[in-house]
Design a protein around this ligand. Structure first.
Ligand code: VGL
Length: 196
């Protein structure tokens, strides 16, 4: 039987309240995500957590011509997963590790052993991918769009996503774009009541 995968996108300190690029209510996703992680573990899903893992100098940051304040610099407190997120024994995928990358998508990243997320999924016969985390309008969207384009049946876990909303409505717009490209929207409670 093919397996399902849960992808938790960038639930890192800098994207949570108090961080340098705090997503409004970003930490609200942690409790329901922890439940989802427990469910996924019980059902033998593959579980992956992506993290932004930037160099100090990158043209992703405003100082060097990019859009964003400095955030998630590798090996700093801001780049750590939020301490309430139950990530122990979860596969970590680090992305945006090069100075010329925005690296929004988890499919841009690598596991510690150098494997890409696509390779990891293919070697585990993953067919369905469930995605939630931060932020709806950037890294979650980019990851879900890549998942669909790579041929995975892709589900957005809407209740465990929050948007940056640089412009009001960006989050909703992102959800519409994902739906148009074939992403299915669901919430974690519905998934946990599914039969299969
Ligand atoms: C993200 C803005 C900049 C994200 C990353 O994780 O969605 N957003 N870098």
């Amino acid at each position: 039987m093919s397996k399902k995968a849960l992808v938790i996108v960038d639930v890192q300190n800098d994207f949570c309240p108090g961080g340098t690029l705090a997503v409004p209510q970003g930490d609200d996703v942690i409790k329901p995500l922890n439940k989802m992680i427990a469910y996924a573990r019980q059902h033998n899903w593959l579980i992956v957590a992506s993290r932004d893992w930037h160099p100090m100098v990158t043209n992703h940051f405003q100082e060097y011509g990019g859009l964003w304040p400095i955030h998630c610099v590798k090996d700093t407190k801001g780049a750590e997963f939020h301490s309430d997120l139950k990530v122990d024994e979860i596969t970590v995928v680090s992305k945006a590790t090069e100075p010329d990358q925005d690296g929004y998508s988890a499919f841009n990243g690598y596991k510690d052993d150098g494997q890409t997320l696509k390779e990891f999924f293919e070697s585990n016969d993953i067919k369905k991918v469930y995605i939630g985390g931060l932020a709806t309008d950037y890294c979650v969207k980019a990851s879900a769009v890549d998942a669909v384009k790579l041929g995975f049946e892709t589900f957005l876990l809407l209740d465990v996503c929050r948007a940056v909303n640089l412009k009001p409505g960006d989050g909703e717009e992102a959800v519409k774009e994902m739906i148009d490209l074939g992403v299915k929207v669901i919430n974690t409670r519905e998934v946990q009541n599914e039969k299969s």
